[in-house]
Write a protein that binds this ligand. Structure first.
Ligand code: PMP
Length: 331
């Protein structure tokens, strides 16, 4: 974890008070990102996907929540590359930056009074949804509306909305929830954008329908138009259009591109991943691991050979322990 000091020096405090007195823990006053690093075994690199775009979105959220973190998007990218190098991952990873109100002022609701901090962690990460095809339900929870809390930013507190929907769906035996917005139109999954494919066209809700401007959503839009020549429409989608679609596809950093094969116990199309979803998925998986030269500008390759240059003594000890374990040394 990299935890850089905030601009103003915080008061001395114990590790425990750090956590439980912090304003963000009480009120969700943070913005975060979920970024994937995809391990390419052949080349021995972790490819971080669309790193800069994630930090542009994080900084937009910082503006709204008055999170004063002293870094530009370029500096945040540099810090991230350094951490990935230091952690020497040789598997897929999830990168989680968080900018948050760190002030130990729990009964203060004025953003302008509260200092901010930034943390960054990387963790190993595999299949997020637990399945390659999804059975979904329509959530009884509605998406937050822009005049309440803007859904177009990744604000920590908003995620209670997603968590309620995801919990309801999974406790009822589904893989994921499809959330409608305040007027009953299709919005998104709990952590994914949604695409409807019907009559050879690909349709996705417009940003004004309270969806997150997903980076994977933008990837799908570009690939569908420029690689598959599909006409793409961003517009309000009725709930019934989902049941009648040929294909439905969810997109997200954690979720990748995953076809929905069933909604509310009704099959979508013939109940199998459709041809357009499959083509998009194949292209996307090649791109994110850095196998498509045309889209290498979306990948930041962190090479395993560089990793050693940054290695501290502690990292080295960890690595040796891991190598011993791998070699059957039993730790
Ligand atoms: N919608 C929501 C609510 C999300 O949490 C996510 C995940 N960040 C997405 C959509 C997909 O966004 P992205 O493709 O940028 O990960």
């Amino acid at each position: 974890m990299i935890r850089r000091p905030p601009r103003s020096t915080p008061k001395p405090s114990s590790a425990a008070s750090d956590v439980y007195k912090r304003q963000a823990l009480h009120y969700g006053t943070g913005v975060f990102e979920g970024i994937r690093g995809n391990w390419n075994e052949e080349k021995g690199v972790v490819n971080i996907f669309r790193l800069r775009e994630h930090y542009d979105r994080l900084l937009r959220g910082c503006r709204l929540l008055m999170l004063d973190i002293p870094y530009t998007a370029d500096q945040l990218c540099e810090i991230t590359i350094e951490l990935v190098e230091r952690n020497a991952h040789q598997h897929d990873i999830y990168i989680r930056p968080l900018a948050y109100k760190s002030a130990e002022l729990v009964a203060n609701l004025k953003l302008q009074d509260l200092e901010s901090d930034f943390t960054l962690i990387t963790v190993p990460f595999g299949n997020y949804l637990g399945s390659d095809t999804l059975r979904c339900c329509t959530s009884s929870w509605r998406r937050v509306d822009d005049p309440m809390i803007p859904a177009r930013l990744k604000i920590s507190g908003i995620y209670v909305n997603s968590i309620l929907a995801k919990t309801e769906a999974t406790l009822s035996g589904f893989d994921e929830a499809i959330i409608l917005n305040h007027d009953g139109h299709v919005c998104e999954g709990s952590g994914e954008n949604i695409f409807v494919i019907a009559d050879g066209r690909i349709i996705t809700p417009s940003l004004e329908d309270n969806v997150l401007p997903g980076i994977t959503r933008d990837t799908v839009i570009q690939l569908a138009q420029s690689e598959l020549g599909l006409s793409l429409v961003e517009r309000t989608i009725d709930r019934s259009e989902l049941y009648l679609a040929d294909e439905v596809l969810l997109s997200g950093t954690a979720a990748h591109l995953t076809p929905v094969i069933e909604l509310d116990n009704r099959p979508i199309g013939d109940g199998k991943p459709g041809p357009i979803s499959t083509k998009l998925q194949e292209m996307y998986f090649d791109i994110v691991v850095g196998r498509n030269p045309k889209y290498m500008h979306w990948c930041t390759a962190v090479s395993y050979t560089n990793l050693r240059a940054h290695e501290t003594e502690a990292d080295l000890v960890c690595r040796r322990l891991l190598e011993k374990k791998k070699g059957g040394g039993g730790g």
